[in-house]
Design a protein around this ligand. Structure first.
Ligand code: DSN
Length: 447
């Protein structure tokens, strides 16, 4: 029988640098990039040290399928306790009657909802990808788009906001079985009550995908999808500031009918074994989100977004819908004479990270786009406040309002370095607090 020899066993105790210098080096360079860049991608954030430790912990070794008390493998007593803890925290934080913490991502959470209430070919009505919706809401080249009959609502061409009367008219025409309320690039409040009224009118279920705004919802700074939505899904790494993962929540009225069905749809419906390390990280994230600091953080996030929007408009930028109610803004660059792709590249050259984004009724291809999406969650976590936001608006203006000279680029790069220096990357904050890192932390890789 083949067993590990002594050398192989010894290698199990070695650090990443010794075992795989190539991967070690890539992580180190990514660490440096995160330190040196101003991160403005709206879905990005930095996890706390505690979340990082849970993510990188030995929990990744444990295989578990099923749910607490109903596992297909033994040795799950600690894992059951962990998952029950995470479930209880999720229910408490969001005021839900049932929570499933197992989805690997927000997309899988959505797929589990589809599997619960839809048959292949059933109709979905979701937000158009080009108007701020998400791929998993039925884009034609995705599994959802191929399996279901997907239709899309758009924002009003004048206000660039959701028009609930138009959506109702469309829903009456299409008669969907499921309506999805939720977006990846919509800077305004979503009225879940109106969506529920539309769903009731046409006999549809309502899914609220709050992936982008779940942190704001948890902090009470965006209207809750409860009690309106039959199903609520979210990813956990955006405004929540947690690991890359997902959650499904059910309210009082839908839990009795759907709790068991949703659980079966997640496992074994669309997923296999539980990512136990991610469950732990989500539990920690949920605990962090219950602290008053979390509410203060989300308030600052909204304030930073509002200031950035006002500053950019004052500098002649057009914002989709004329502003923002949440953590993100959409800049229309048409009048500035550059595409979203060019803007993304220009800002990347000075270490400001954004993504090109389609705008409502965009004439450009998705690989080019007429705009960029800018979000404040990551820099708010890093400690940026109003003074730094004013500076960032000025830097964006310098880079996008006209072709920057070599001199301008150098000056902007210096200013980015200054701002990043004012607010060191989150790992430096841990160091300042006197913490030493666990072996598994990529922020302090050891031999
Ligand atoms: N949903 C994508 C986004 O909003 O950026 C990625 O998570």
């Amino acid at each position: 029988m083949q067993v590990l020899d002594k050398t192989q066993l010894k290698n199990y105790g070695l650090g990443l640098n010794a075992v795989d210098p190539e991967v070690f080096d890539i992580i180190k360079r990514e660490h440096q990039r995160q330190k040196d860049n101003i991160e403005l991608i709206a879905s990005a954030n930095f996890v706390s040290r505690a979340v990082l430790e849970a993510t990188g912990s030995i929990l990744t070794n444990k295989v578990a399928e099923g749910y607490p008390g109903r596992r297909y493998f033994s040795g799950c007593e600690n894992i059951d306790e962990l998952e029950n803890l995470a479930i209880a925290r999720a229910k408490e934080l969001f005021g839900a009657a049932h929570a499933n913490l197992e989805p690997y991502t927000g997309s899988q959470a959505n797929q589990a909802v589809y599997l619960t209430v839809l048959k292949p070919g059933d109709r979905i009505l979701g937000m158009d990808l080009g108007h701020g919706g998400h791929l998993s809401h039925g884009a034609k080249f995705t599994m959802t788009g191929k399996h279901y009959d997907c239709h899309f609502y758009q924002v009003d061409p004048d206000t660039e906001r959701l028009d609930y009367d138009r959506i109702l008219t469309q829903a009456k025409d299409i008669r969907p079985k499921l309506i999805i309320a939720g977006a990846s690039a919509y800077p305004r409040i979503i009225d879940f009550q109106s969506f529920r009224e539309i769903a009731d009118e046409v006999g549809a279920y309502l899914l609220a995908d709050i992936a982008h705004i779940s942190g704001l919802v948890a902090a009470g700074l965006h209207p809750s999808p409860f009690p309106h939505a039959h199903f609520v899904t979210t990813s956990t790494q955006k405004t929540m500031g947690g690991p890359r993962s997902g959650i499904i929540l059910l309210g009082e009225h839908s839990a009795p009918e759907f709790a068991r069905k949703i659980d079966s749809a997640v496992f074994p419906g669309v997923q296999g074994a539980v990512h136990v390390h991610a469950i732990a990280a989500k539990a920690v994230m949920l605990k962090e989100a219950m602290s008053p600091n979390f509410v203060a953080y989300q308030r600052q996030n909204l304030e930073n977004s509002r200031i950035l929007a006002a500053d950019l408009m004052a500098r002649g930028f057009r914002l989709v819908s004329g502003g923002t109610d949440n953590h993100l803004i959409l800049l229309d660059l048409t009048e500035k004479g550059i595409t979203g792709k060019e803007a993304e590249n220009r800002l990347a050259s000075v270490r400001i990270t954004v993504n090109k984004n389609l705008l409502p009724y965009d004439s450009q291809k998705p690989t080019v786009c007429s705009g960029i999406r800018v979000g404040t969650s990551a820099i708010t976590t890093r400690g940026f406040g109003s003074e730094e936001i004013h500076c960032i608006a000025e830097l964006i203006d310098k880079m996008l309002s006209s072709e920057p000279t070599v001199n301008t680029i150098a000056k902007v790069q210096d200013e980015v370095s200054r701002l990043c220096g004012l607010h060191p990357h989150i790992d430096s904050i841990y160091e300042q607090n006197g913490h030493k890192f666990a072996l598994q932390s990529p922020y302090q890789l050891q031999n």
